[in-house]
Write a protein that binds this ligand. Sequence first.
Ligand code: TEU
Length: 572
Amino acid sequence: MKLDDNKRDREKYPWWKRGVFYQIYPRSYKDSNGDGVGDLPGIESVLGYLNNGTEKSLGIDAIWFSPFFTSPDRDYGYDVSDYCAIDPRYGTLDDFKALLKSAHERNIRVLLDLVVNHSSDQHPWFVESRSSRNNPRRDWYIWKDGRQPGNKPPNNWRNHFFGSAWTWDEKTEQYYLHSFLKEQPDLNWHNSQVREAIADVIKYWLDLGVDGFRLDVPHVYCKDKQFRNNPPFYSLNRNIDFSLFKDRSFMSNLLKLLALPELQFKKYNQHQSETHSVLRGFRKVLDSYQDKVSVGEIIADSLPVIVSYYGRENDQLHMNFYFELLHCRWKAHAFRRCIQRWENALPEEAWPVYTFSNHDVNRAFSRYDQRGRGDKRARMLALMLLTLRGTPFIYYGEEIGMKEGLIQREQLKDPLGIKWYPFHRGRDGCRTPMQWDEGMFAGFSSHQPWLPLSPEHEIRNVRVQDEQSESLLNFFRQLIWLRKKLPLIVEGDYQTYKGRLPSGCYIYLRQQGDKKIAVALNFGKRKKKLEQLFNAGSVKLLISTCPTREPGVIAFPFTLKGEEGCLLELSP
Ligand code: TEU
């Protein structure tokens, strides 16, 4: 049967390729019951801000929620003790159903965070598993005898947060494996019952109407069956693409170096080939429903390795994050190369995802805020995020230019910060409460929030920026709604401008048939003159990051201001 054009387009560009995604960290979005912690009814009460169907709202199409499942919060939700229950601090299952219904009524899809490399040590599965060596669930986690002599840990694997990946259990006299905290024991993905149990979790939420999942560290699921020691970091046998390092910021490279206390190349405890079969299994479950999606948090220093998780002809994850973009230096050529690399690495059927911030890294605004340049740069980032070829993920608060929170040592919550302070202040700074207004608690809560507000919340908030036509918030809104009117932002090819350009400029073209738009970005502080662009006959400015620049037809030579980005429509 021949598909009509519309249907074929819908299949080639389903909702998750067209949509703009938004990540919410539920603890910090909106508190409805005055306990200083965000919750589901709170989120439901502000859905209209995300999308009310008009250009006065952000126009968000899908939300990814960081975990709100029952959790002892040793890793703030990333240690789940019941995959099918809502933690009472966030609300009830009925609250979730109501939130999902309201979101769907607003055409907002909902993605949950599937954290199944590990569970919490309080999960009944682990409680059973550790209760005795012959408990039927013993093999659901990874237990090993100590190495003799001396009863040392079974091998040299280290966890991602520092220290051995093995913890001794006094009662049953064996070690269990944890790739993160000792309160986050790793599930045994070689056990078929575990696979079935997690498939049931996935089905449980899909049956309730959830639209998909973000997958936490899927590359860590399967481990070497022989538990071989990892080779030292400097061994040659490594999947590292050193060219990636030259486009990363100094801080990112430094942190990478500081993370070397792991001092090993994680050859045997991540990126094992069996993991691909787990993901193919997930995909089959998702595909047995309609219109579901998965996005993976694959971390690797090699793009072919990341790309392998899309599977053959995309039979694994629908999308994978591209974290290189979160580490890029503020240089035109760094961004150009970084994006081109991803474009080159992806097979045709694999769909890109872009994001500049999430709950694990310093907020993009502050990363690029050197000498107070954050405001201009945040607008350029927004322009890139919403016009590159791929699905954009906005991190809550990014749209109002929220800054990284300044968290004192005694206020730290994140175990990573508590462990590493002052070398690494942890991840609390990017998880501070959403800023709704200039009130004492920023309209987030009526009570002292669980983390302090980030700086300048008096101006960096929704209420104030809603009223200013030139605010970052209104720039995001304009861009997102413009994007919806220009299908070629989704469907068009991506191509870097290869002609002569003034230094510090990066220009890319998005093209579909004879329709073309170009994005011209000046990363430098000084103005730059463009002589011509892609031999276009006439060029219309659709939107500029510079609020005083009027849209309309432009003539060449055209001068880009310092740290200005323009979205241009080209005609023959
Ligand atoms: O992150 C995986 C991960 O490796 C990062 O946490 C990284 O090591 C860390 O941010 C260093 O800066 C995922 C989640 O996104 C993270 O929040 C969880 O803590 C982690 O998994 C464990 O579930």
